[in-house]
Structures are given as C-alpha cells and as structure tokens.
Design a protein around this ligand. Structure first.
Ligand code: C2E
Ligand code: MG
Ligand code: MG
Ligand code: MG
Length: 296
C-alpha cells in the first residue's frame, strides 16, 4: 500500500516537473519569436519631485503575448536571463529608450525628463556593455546626462572591481546610475558606498506599510539620511498614497514613483499625462504664490 503510494507520489512529482520543463522550454522558444517578430513594447512610468512635477520616467518592458495577454516581466525576465536572450532584449530596450529620450528633447513639455533603464546582471557582465551604451547614445542622439541606468546591489557587488570600473566609465560619459530595490540585497554598506552612484531607490517593500510600520519607517528614514550623507538623490518606488508620500517628503526624500502619480503607460498616453500634470502643477504653483501674497 505505502509502496505504491510512494510510487504514485514520485510519479506525480515527475509529471509536475515535466510540465514545468515543457512550459519553460515553450516560453523560451516564444521569447526568441518575440524578439524576431518585435513583439516587445516599452511602457513609461512617471517620476515626480516633491511638488508633484514630472522630472523623469522609468522604462518598463512589456510583452503583449498573442495568446497569453500581457506577460509580466517577473515571468519572462528570469528565463531571458537564464537563456542569454536578455542580451538582445536588453539592447533593444536601451535603444528604444534612447530614441525616446532624443524624441522627448524635441518637445517643450518633455525635454527636461530623465529616463531610467533597468540593466540585468548578464547584460552588465558583458565586456561590451559600456561600449554598447555609448554607441547607442551616439546613434540615437540621446543626451547622456538624461539617461539613468538602474542596477541592483547584487549585480554591482558581484565582480566588484569590474563593476566599479564599468560604472566609472559610464559616469565619465555623464550617464547617471541608480541603485534599484535598495535595501533588499544582502550586501555590506562598505561595498555600496564605494560605488559611483547618483541615486538610491528605496524599494517598494519599505514603502508599502508607511507610515504605520515603525520598522519600515525607520528603514526608510535611514536610507534617506544615508543618501543625503553620500550626496545621492533619493527616490522612493511603489508610492500608492499620500500618507506614504508625505512621510517620505517630511524626511527629505526628493523624488517619487508609484501609482499615486501614474502607472506605467504606452508612450503616447505617457506624453499626454505628463503635459497634463505639468499644466496642473503650474496652476497649483501659481495659486500657492497668490495665497502667499494675500497672506502678506
Ligand atoms: P523594478 O525595476 O523595481 O520596477 C518597478 C516595478 O514596480 C514595476 O513592475 C512597476 O510597474 C511596479 N510599480 C511601480 N509603482 C508601483 C505601485 O505604486 N504599486 C505597485 N504595486 N507596483 C508598482 P514591472 O513593470 O512589473 O517590472 C518588474 C521588474 O521587472 C522590474 O522591477 C525590473 O526588475 C524588471 N524589468 C522591467 N523592465 C525591464 C527591462 O527592460 N530590463 C530588465 N533587465 N528588467 C526589467
Ligand atoms: Mg527599476
Ligand atoms: Mg525597483
Ligand atoms: Mg522593485
């Protein structure tokens, strides 16, 4: 009895594993097709300053799959990373983002925007990475100082000397470097403080329960203070409500990204929404100036 149960169990696991392997194999083949058929799209999520004025965006990859719908990056980026397909995909995102930056430079409402692009570990480890970024900037005519590359702690710490050299080369070209998902890795501050960064990005997981979680409030405050000490801009991601924004603002956080300000959008909708936010922002700035004058 128990022996046959065991055999059934084993059979069950084998079957499940086989299903998973088949699914991954299929996704991998479809990823290759997606590259060939140019199925990927870049969405843009707005980043704002403390008065709600749009100052930049993050480029976020989307895969509108012909039958599965919009596949989230969390599902296909890891497979792309494993299979090496992240290299052509990452190059395409960078090229698309830089073209967009060059286009934004032509419009009054968007010419001041920076654009952050996520860099995967495998992409960053390529010996051609820095050269590729520079070539793309030259080819597209994007301003290097408006481009921001987002790297994670683990990516930067792995092969530390090589990372430092690459990041310095990028900084020397004027490219900005943001440390994404800050606080979630397990790297020591001793390492992190040696990286040539321009921005710290507080991870969403520390923002979610602000301001009520005493622990997260402490973590967020500490990250902001550390950012100031290191002369880095601090941005918070995943800001969904005013209480979170107000808490972060009162502790000196300078920039925000999250559903409170805007979701990731296709470029046409993003451009419209930025134009709208800017004019709303101007109105409210003028109003507050009036109010101040009346008070005097
Ligand atoms: P990330 O770089 O930390 O990006 C932030 C994620 O948080 C995005 O998810 C964004 O849509 C989401 N988000 C922003 N604000 C809010 C909010 O207020 N509430 C909630 N619930 N979520 C919010 P997304 O687009 O699904 O991307 C997930 C991850 O996939 C990214 O995390 C990034 O690590 C990776 N990724 C996305 N695009 C690319 C890419 O082009 N290249 C690489 N290598 N990775 C990418
Ligand atoms: Mg990011
Ligand atoms: Mg992030
Ligand atoms: Mg994150």
């Amino acid at each position: 009895q128990s022996k046959s149960n065991g055999r059934n169990m084993l059979h069950f696991f084998e079957k499940n594993m086989q299903v998973e392997i088949d699914q991954r194999r299929q996704l991998r083949a479809e990823l290759q097709d997606a590259i060939d058929l140019r199925q990927f799209v870049v969405y843009y999520q707005v980043q704002v300053d403390t008065v709600g004025k749009p100052i930049g965006a993050e480029a976020l990859l989307r895969w509108p799959h012909p039958t599965r719908g919009l596949v989230p990056p969390a599902e296909f980026i890891p497979i792309a990373e494993e299979t090496g397909l992240i290299e052509p995909i990452g190059s395409w995102v960078l090229e698309t983002a830089c073209q967009q930056l060059a286009e934004w430079a032509q419009q009054n409402s968007t010419k001041h925007l920076t654009l952050a692009v996520n860099v995967s570990s495998r992409q960053f480890k390529s010996q051609r990475f820095v050269e590729e970024v520079i070539t793309i900037i030259q080819r597209t005519g994007a301003a290097a100082d408006k481009l921001k590359l987002e790297v994670t702690e683990s990516l930067a710490i792995d092969d530390f000397q090589d990372s430092i050299a690459k990041l310095h080369d990028l900084r020397n070209k004027g490219i900005q470097i943001s440390l994404d998902d800050f606080g979630t890795g397990n790297s020591s501050l001793n390492y992190l403080t040696k990286l040539p960064l321009t921005q710290l990005k507080i991870d969403k997981s520390f923002v979610d329960d602000l301001p009520s979680s005493v622990r997260d409030a402490m973590v967020a405050q500490t990250i902001i203070a550390m950012g100031h000490g290191l002369e880095l801009q601090v941005i918070a991601e995943g800001v969904e409500n005013r209480e979170q924004r107000d808490f972060l603002t009162s502790h000196g956080c300078q920039a925000f990204q999250g559903y409170l300000f805007g979701r990731p959008l296709p470029v046409a909708e993003f451009n419209d929404s930025v134009a709208c936010m800017l004019s709303e922002n101007e109105k409210s700035v003028i109003q507050s100036r009036y109010r101040r004058q009346e008070e005097i």
